[in-house]
Structure formats: C-alpha cells, structure tokens
Design a protein around this ligand. Structure first.
Ligand code: PRP
Length: 183
C-alpha cells in the first residue's frame, strides 16, 4: 500500500504479522486470567487505541471497555514528568478488575500515576498490559504484567504511537529517522 509517511521511517521494528501473532498470544493469556471475572479493559489514550481494538477482539471474555486520556509528553520526545488527565473515566470502577492497556511503557511516569489513581478510585485489581516495553528508560518502579515486545531506546512510531500527533496510522512499529525529530 502507498504511504507518504514511509520516507520518514528508518526501519521496521515490529511487522504487522508479528503484531498479530503476539496479540493473539496476549489475548489468550488474558482469557486464562480473566474468564468469569468480567474485567474492564481500560485503554490509555491516545496511543493505545489501535492496540486496544485488536486486543479486545483477541480476548473473548465477557468484559466492557473504557478509556482515559492522559498526556505528559506535550509534543516533546521525552516525558515532562507531569501527567495530566485530559479525559477522565466515565464510570464507577469500584471493585472492578482492570486491564489497563498501554501502547508503550517508557519512563513509567504515566502508569505510576494512573496505578495510584485507579487505586484511589477503588479498583479491585490492576493488570498492566503494554504492547511495547522500553525498560532502559524507566525512572519509576513500574513493571508491566504482560508486555508484547521489549524495544530498544529508539524513537518508535506507528500502530497508535505518534510523533507530534502524526504517524499513528502506520500499521506496523517503525523507527523514525532522527532528521525528522531534529528538524
Ligand atoms: C505516551 C504513551 C504512554 C506514555 C508512556 O503517551 O501512550 O501513555 O507516553 O510514557 P511514560 O512511561 O514515559 O509515561 P503520550 O503522553 O505521548 O500521549 P499519547 O498517548 O496521546 O500519544
């Protein structure tokens, strides 16, 4: 398929086929852990929207879906450290088993903040599922319960992940050419 974004991509890190295969495995694992428990899939917007839609279909448990939107990068390439809730959850999560769905776990700022927040809102359990894990950049003591792929410290885009709000619609995970973000 033609893509006007391809010129900005240095290399493909995770192909569409690899994404599909791994998400099938994650869905099966979540099914084992959560069938009969009516979990709430809680996607962290915006980055998780593509992963979330594939993950919920890969896991046929009786469940519902919710979103929260946060922002900490504010168009920069490194986290500002301040997490802002841009759009809050729209339902009571007291006593619920949460499956928190993220596109990437980087410094850990976002999930450290959100885990605390969901606890104060009364969640019974919090399970963190991230598509990508970049442990080399962690500054907060946060670990994912399930991670799709461990990635090196490179600027990744696609499959929901952005640079300056762009490239989210690329169907694979790619590394952005450095000249794009140093422009
Ligand atoms: C990205 C990503 C995670 C967070 C991870 O969100 O979606 O939520 O950063 O980084 P951290 O572990 O260093 O906190 P971003 O703030 O870029 O917003 P977005 O989801 O709208 O792209």
């Amino acid at each position: 398929m033609k893509s006007e974004m391809e010129n900005d991509i240095l290399k493909v890190l995770v192909t569409e086929e690899e994404l599909k295969g791994r998400i099938t495995e994650l869905g099966a694992e979540l099914y084992e852990r959560f069938h009969g428990k009516n979990p709430l899939f809680l996607g962290v917007l915006k980055g998780s929207f593509v992963f979330m839609s594939d993950l919920v279909r890969a896991c046929q448990v009786k469940s519902d879906v919710e979103f929260i939107a946060v922002s900490s990068y504010e168009n920069a390439t490194t986290s500002s450290g301040r997490v802002k809730i841009v759009h809050d959850i729209q339902q009571d999560i007291t006593g619920r088993n949460l499956i928190v769905v993220e596109d990437i776990l980087d410094s850990g700022n976002t999930l450290a903040f959100l885990s605390e927040y969901f606890k104060t809102r009364g969640a019974a359990s919090i399970t963190i599922v991230t598509l990508l894990d970049k442990p080399s950049r962690r500054t907060k003591a946060v670990t994912a319960d399930l991670a799709g792929f461990v990635v090196p410290d490179e600027f990744v885009v696609g499959y929901g992940l952005d640079y300056c709000q762009q490239y989210r619609n690329i169907p694979y995970i790619g590394v952005l050419k450095p000249e794009v973000y140093s422009r």
